[in-house]
Write a protein that binds this ligand. Sequence first.
Ligand code: ADE
Length: 418
Amino acid sequence: MDYHIADPGLAEEGRMRIEWAERDMPVLRLIRERFSREKPLQGMRVGACLHVTTETANLMITLKAGGAEVALCASNPLSTQDDVAASLVRHHGVPVFAIRGEDKETYYSHINAVLDTRPHVTMDDGADLISTLHAERKEQAKEVWAGAEETTTGVIRLRAMAEAGVLLYPVIAVNNALTKHLFDNRFGTGQSTLDGILRATNVLLAGRRVAVFGFGMCGRGVASRARGLGALVTVVETDPLRALEAVMEGFQVTTSLEAAASCDLFITVTGDIHVLRKEHFQVMRDGAILANSGHFNVEIDIPALEEMSRSRRRVRDNVEEFLLPDGRRIYLLAEGRLVNLAAAEGHPASVMDMSFANQALCVEYVKGAHATLDRVVYDVPEELDREIARLKLASMGIRIDSLTPEQEEYLSSWEMGT
Ligand code: ADE
C-alpha cells in the first residue's frame, strides 16, 4: 500500500485517540454497524481531502466497513494529527498522504496521490481536491460519480463553478444539511476556536475585549462562546440582516476600524480575504492578538503585517510576535490558519458525529442515485438530515412527542380559523 506520513511509530497513540473520539460518535457507530452487515459501498472508491483528525479517522473506518476503498489526504497543511495518520495506515489499511506542517508542494502532491486512486466519489473540506481535478486532471472527471463538500467556503467555490458552467460532476453540499451547519459550524467552531486560542495563549477571556469578524453560523458560535467566558464581545459584519441579529443578540456591533482601535483579541470567521489589513494594524493596541477560524489563511493580511514590522519571532507554540516600528507588538496565532485545528484538535467528536454521518449517508446515496444527478450542487436529501437528528436525539436518551392526528390535520388545512 502506498502512503506518505510523518512517523509510523505514532500508530498506537493514534489508535487510542481514535477510539476515544469513537465513544462520542454514536450515530456514525450505528451507520458503521449497518454498513458492516450490508456492505452498501462494495466496489466504490472514495478519495477524501479532509482534516486528518480522530473524527475523520472514524469516518474513514466507517466507509471501509461499508465496503469502500478509501484514500485520504489533508485539507490543510497544519491540521494533520500525525498519530492518527499512522494508525489509519497501520491498523486500518487506509492509504494516508498527510504530514503536519507539509509545504505547499507536498500538500498538492498528496492531493494528486489521492486522485491517482481514481475515486468514484471525491470528498472535500474546502474544495481543493475537486479544484485540482478540474484544473489539472479534467479527463478524470468522467470517472467520478459525485463529490461531497464539507464546508461553507467549499460550497461557495463549487456554486461559483456550477454557475459558470464548469462543474464537471454533481456535488452534494454536506455543509448545508441542518444537522451539519446548525451544530458543527456554531457549537463546533464556537468551542474549538476558543480552545485553540486558549491553548496557544493561555489568556483570560473574562473582561477581554474580543472582536469577532463575521456573524454567520461560525461567527455566532464564536461570539456566544466568548461571551460565555466573560469576554466583552464586539461583532463586525457587512450584511445588514446579520448585523441586526447580532445587535439584538446583545452584541456591540461596529465597523472594523473602530473595533481595531478598541479591542484586544481579534477572531476572523468570514470566509473572505484581508478582513484585517494594514489600516487595522496601524490602529491596534500594543499586545493585540489575531486569530483566524475561516477555512483559508487569507483573512488576515499577513504579508502586509510582515512588511510593516521591524521583526517577526516565535514566542510560544503557535504564537508569533510582530514588532512594529513604534514599539507596538501584534501577536499572530497559528500562522493565520484555522486556529481550532492548528492549535487545538478541531471540533469535538460529538458534533463531527452528525457532520460525518451526513458524509457517510451521502456516499451511500450517491451509489444509488448518481446516474440521475446533474452537474450542479445538491443539498443533502431532507430525509437523511431528519434521520440523523432522530438518531442523535436517541443516542442522547432524549425522547420527543409526535403530532397527534388532529394536530397534523390542523397544520395541513386552511379552513380552520378562530
Ligand atoms: N473540521 C473541524 N473540526 C474537525 C474535526 N475534528 N475533524 C475533521 N474536520 C474538522
